[in-house]
Design a protein around this ligand. Structure first.
Ligand code: 5AD
Length: 344
């Protein structure tokens, strides 16, 4: 016989969903330890204690949006804006590939003109490294640009929904940005054949447990291939700069809950988590995450790509060695290959 606590988690594992009240009780901290252990065992059964690496290249901090939480928002005049050149992008890919990575993630501010300029660069990456996956995170773009990027050889697209509650979304974003438009983009990306990633910040200003419940329901319904979740971290040069950071503990609980709901999902242990929690990267893996995204942005540009304050960062071979050691210390290893979404 299971105790009450065990039976909630057992039900979640078997049915891959739970009634609202029980999800809320898990979010509020009920059976945190059991939840984590169950999620880790599900991830280990799916992925054999292998963790995929993605080489993150922050290709541009030019952004037309003015999201109230984000350090590279348009009205932050303190940011030195840059867009990496073709050569800088290719040499970042080359470094990442040389160290064994088989996914490049080009992430940047929302900037349709520059995104269009990226199309031939994506084609070049595709032809130089045919066995590597290309992931993009470029915001909401006109659909013809998504299509051109897909045709050029991009495989995956990350577009966090940030919060699944319309009202909450409206408080975090300026007038004119809507959750609906973001979801339309995600549906189009999927239609174009991209593997898609979505996700939210944890502990963003005004977020309630009900908002997180709505996030979980949206993820259950949409079933993205990848789920990016990190704590909100205030950036002093933004309107939300004096709000407190989100909780690492709650972020970990969400990794675990979502691992049980979507056992096959690719879930990164995010940089934001390790920024607010020493040992956060390992803790994320032990809570059910299975992806780590080391940074391959050319060092001189890193500082200008500050979405939030105090972002954790190292570089190159040293960075990978750290990850390798950290994973080994908990019985995990770096998994080879692209690490595409696969239904088990
Ligand atoms: N704290 C945490 N995450 C942030 N992001 C942007 N600003 C912040 C912040 N202050 C996240 C958003 C975005 C992703 C690229 O970075 O979720 O989708």
């Amino acid at each position: 016989m299971h105790s009450d606590i065990d039976s909630v988690i057992h039900t979640l594992k078997v049915q891959r969903t739970l009634p609202d009240g029980e999800i809320l009780s898990l979010l509020e901290g009920a059976c945190a330890q059991e939840l984590r252990e169950e999620a880790e065992s599900v991830a280990a059964a799916q992925f054999g204690r292998g963790v995929w690496l993605r080489g993150l290249i922050e290709w541009s901090n030019v952004c037309r949006r003015d999201c109230l939480y984000c350090g590279i928002r348009r009205s932050n005049a303190g940011v030195e804006r840059y867009t990496l050149s073709r050569e800088e992008i290719l040499s970042s890919c080359e470094r990442a590939y040389g160290l064994g990575l088989r996914t490049f993630v080009l992430q940047g501010g929302e900037n349709p003109q520059a995104a269009r300029g990226l199309v031939p660069v994506v084609a070049e990456i595709r032809s130089c490294w045919p066995d590597a996956a290309i992931t993009l995170g470029l915001g909401e773009l006109p659909f013809d640009i998504y299509a051109a990027l897909r045709k050029a050889g991009a495989d995956r697209f990350l577009l966090r929904h940030e919060t699944a509650s319309e009202a909450h979304y409206a408080r975090l974003h300026p007038a004119g940005m809507t959750l609906r438009s973001r979801l339309e983009c995600l549906r189009e990306l999927r239609r174009l054949g991209f593997q898609v990633g979505m996700g939210m910040m944890v502990g963003s200003p005004w977020q309630t447990p009900r908002d997180l419940l709505a996030d979980i329901r949206l993820l259950e319904e949409f079933r993205p291939d990848m789920i990016g979740i990190g704590p909100f971290i205030p950036h002093p040069d933004t309107p939300l700069g004096s709000f407190p950071a989100g909780s690492a503990e709650l972020t970990l609980r969400l990794y675990s809950i979502l691992r049980l709901i979507l056992p096959d999902a690719l879930i990164p242990s995010t940089t934001a988590l390790s920024t607010i929690m020493p040992g956060g990267r390992k803790a994320g893996i032990l809570a059910g995450a299975n992806v780590i995204m080391p940074n391959f942005t050319p060092l001189p540009r890193r500082e200008a790509y500050a979405l939030y304050k105090g972002k954790a960062s190292t570089d190159g071979a040293e960075q990978l060695l750290d990850i390798q050691k950290e994973l080994a210390s908990i019985g995990y290893h770096i998994a080879p290959g692209r690490g595409d979404f696969i239904t088990h």
